[in-house]
Write a protein that binds this ligand. Structure first.
Ligand code: AMP
Ligand code: GLY
Length: 430
């Protein structure tokens, strides 16, 4: 088989790493990929949003299956376009991807089908929003309706902050049209958990649990990022309980959409807050999580390609997944200044000696190759250093030992990835 993977981050490196292991696969292309991906597959210079370019490439190369990493081509309808040309593709169609593309849509679907989620209101007018905010008990959460590269959620500690947030979104349009409408919702307390599941629109096949670390600094301080590290499994939910969580948080939406004529095929990611009243959905994503994927896929024992194929063919059948009982911790190494402005082009040292190390995989996120074939930093998140261990403690140690071997100027990373799992005092072994 010939496979095309769309995207260029750590998530896509992890998917590529898993796909090239499959005996079913003869050739893998990644558009556009990065320097780490280029060690495993052939990178082609087509941007993820260039749907026509990707389609032309897939036809020309007789690609058997395309796998889409990022949300933006999904929300723009890449899956509909490929299917209309008879090409096999993994991901949800545009109507289903709206679960991530529009918070207003996703909240209304959750309400309609009885998924626990924070109480909310939708506003298009700054004045109406302000009036509402002064009546609310802070903190409140203000969310841009549309895609904002993970930055469109503002947790506001006071009414003044809330008013600033709606001004920025609706009036200043700091996220463009994405902020034309805003969702204002009740602030929930608890620990966050990511649950992902494959679905063909009927069957739902959960993946192992994971926990992301969204804030830039240790102890969840500083601004939100794309994710500074993840680990799997997460002791907030026992492996045996994932099914129950999925029944409450994912099943009603998949079934509800199907009844409305929208078949969700692909992977669905529910960002959950584990509250005193049980799991509440913060958001859905229509794709794999980044960096969750870098902590989850190293634990998957099965060949992933048949799963992608069955989902793309809308027939998951009775498939199950087998997981490595060990834990995986993935630490993101970022450029100095990220998630704000940062410099690129620093040489990354230490990677070659890690290529054959057991139970350690260094996934590349933002990297390129220099004139002398050195690896260079080329993005905000540069690497995701994943390590397996008997439990989260051991996996953490191994991941941080590896981080210590890698060097690039101004690198920064969190030192507490996975610590919450240890603090929860669980045995952590699944
Ligand atoms: P989202 O993109 O909707 O997942 O939001 C990004 C982050 O904002 C989440 O991971 C949470 O940390 C936080 N967040 C979003 N909604 C809420 C909420 N209702 N209550 C508390 N925190 C929230
Ligand atoms: N880990 C957060 C995300 O993928 O959206």
């Amino acid at each position: 088989m010939k496979i095309l993977i769309v995207g260029s981050g750590g998530r896509e490196h992890a998917v590529t790493w898993k796909v090239v292991k499959s005996p079913l696969v003869q050739k893998t292309f990644v558009a556009p990929g990065n320097a780490g991906i280029a060690d495993l597959a052939e990178c082609v210079d087509i941007k993820p949003d260039d749907i026509e370019g990707l389609l032309a490439f897939a036809r020309r190369e007789h690609i058997d299956l395309t796998i889409v990493g990022p949300e933006s081509p999904l929300v723009a309808g890449i899956v509909d376009r490929f299917r209309s040309e008879g090409l096999k593709i993994f991901g949800p169609e545009k109507a289903a991807a709206e679960l991530e593309g529009s918070k207003v849509f996703s909240k209304s679907i959750m309400k309609k089908f009885g998924v626990p989620t924070a109480e909310y209101r939708v506003f298009e007018s700054v004045n109406d929003a302000k009036q509402y905010i002064v009546e609310c008990e802070p903190p409140i959460v203000v969310k841009a309706d549309g895609l904002a590269a993970g930055k469109g959620v503002l947790v506001c500690g006071s009414a003044e902050e809330g008013v600033c947030a709606v001004n920025d979104l609706i009036e200043q349009r700091i996220f463009g049209e994405a902020g034309k409408r805003v969702v204002i919702e009740q602030h929930l307390r608890g620990e966050e958990l990511s649950i992902l599941a494959f679905t063909d629109g009927k069957q739902i096949l959960p993946l192992a649990s994971a926990q992301d670390h969204k804030r830039v600094f240790d102890d969840d301080r500083g601004p939100n990022t794309g994710g500074m590290g993840a680990y799997s499994p997460c002791p907030l939910v026992h492996e045996n309980q994932i099914g129950t969580v999925v029944e409450k948080t994912i099943r009603p939406v998949i079934d509800g959409l199907r009844r409305e004529g929208i078949l969700y095929t692909g992977v669905i990611y529910a960002g959950l807050m584990m509250t005193e009243k049980g799991p509440f959905v913060l958001e859905y994503n229509c794709r794999f999580g980044d960096p969750e994927t870098q902590a989850i896929l190293p634990r998957l024992k099965d060949d992933i390609v048949p799963v992608f194929l069955q989902v793309a063919e809308k027939d998951l059948g009775q498939r199950t997944l087998e997981w490595d009982s060990r834990a995986c911790v993935s630490v993101v190494m970022a450029s100095g200044g990220y998630p704000g402005a940062y410099k690129k082009g620093f040489i990354i040292k230490g990677l070659d000696e890690l290529k054959h190390k057991r139970d350690v995989i260094v996934f590349h996120a933002g990297t390129s190759r220099g004139a002398e074939r050195q690896y260079l930093t080329d993005g905000g998140r540069v690497l995701a250093v994943s390590a397996l261990g008997a439990d989260v403690r051991e996996a953490r140690e191994r991941a941080y030992q590896t981080v210590d071997i890698i060097f690039f100027r101004e690198a920064h990373y969190r030192k507490d990835i996975g610590l919450k799992a240890l603090k929860q005092g669980e045995a952590v072994r699944p």
